[in-house]
Design a protein around this ligand. Structure first.
Ligand SMILES: [Zn+2]
Length: 259
């Protein structure tokens, strides 16, 4: 197993606080406790360090916190990065969708004006190596030039709903919910054919980056989160989390497995 460059558990503790706990089970408590020059110290259930002072919490062994740590914590960070990306994609789509609905009767006029203004931007765009007259902006303006107000409202509604579904994805991924992971894989996969068609029409760095992120996200979600029964599925994913919990590691050392 590769050693992580950054210890996210330690980082997480530094940003928040250590999670020390004194379980009622005396033998187990003794394993989590240490004497230090500063008095007693308790082992953090997230980063594993011994922290001087009273435990942060105490109570029944079964109520001991099982903070997300190690590999699961690294996965959570990736999920949240993906959630952030989906949030901003959704924000953009909802903004465009709502604007189309709101301005529906004025859109044809607006598109006409933009088509007239576009050639003025050509010199500036050329300087950054962007052929704006062949770009998706020009294509979109041409494609949408002859529609009526009702069509704009319909398209606006579609784009808004797309944005809302991205926000649902973002919430599910942020909270590391299994439905969120499934939603992300299915929704992202549905758009792969469209993204491929877009790439065939012209390759830009932006399209390649977005396409790569989406493909990597789908493959990673299926593999790491064991979706669709992959690598033992949900049961294996839950077992992995339980095994990784420090309290369970220590429990296993103290209490013989009755099963
Ligand atoms: Zn800690």
């Amino acid at each position: 197993m590769m050693t992580p460059v950054i210890d996210w558990s330690t980082m997480s503790c530094a940003l928040r606080h250590h999670i020390t706990y004194r379980p009622d089970d005396a033998k187990l408590a003794e394993r989590l406790r240490a004497e230090s020059p500063a008095g007693e110290a308790w082992r953090c259930l997230r980063c594993g360090a011994y922290v001087p002072g009273d435990p942060y919490g105490y109570g029944p062994t079964d109520d001991a916190p099982t903070p997300t740590r190690g590999k699961a914590l690294r996965q959570l960070i990736i999920l949240r990065l993906l959630a952030t990306l989906r949030f901003f994609e959704g924000l953009l789509e909802i903004a465009v969708g709502v604007t189309l609905i709101g301005l529906q009767s004025r859109v044809p006029d607006l598109i006409q004006r933009l088509r007239e203004e576009l050639p003025l931007l050509v010199p500036a765009a050329e300087r950054i190596g962007w052929d704006i007259e062949k770009s998706w902006i020009a294509r979109t303006l041409n494609d949408f030039a002859d529609l009526d107000a009702g069509s704009y409202a319909l398209i606006g509604t579609g784009i808004t709903l797309l944005g809302v579904s991205k926000w649902a994805e973002a919430i599910g991924l942020w909270l590391a919910k299994r439905w969120g992971e499934y939603l992300a894989v299915i929704a992202t996969s549905l758009f792969v054919p469209i993204e491929i068609r877009e790439l065939l029409e012209g390759v830009t760095a932006f399209k390649v980056i977005l396409f790569s992120i989406n493909i990597a996200a789908v493959l990673w979600l299926i593999w790491a989160k064991r979706l669709f029964g992959f690598r033992g599925g949900k049961a294996a994913a839950e077992a992995e989390h339980e095994e990784a919990a420090l309290i369970n590691v220590e429990k296993a050392a103290v209490i013989p497995d009755s099963a």
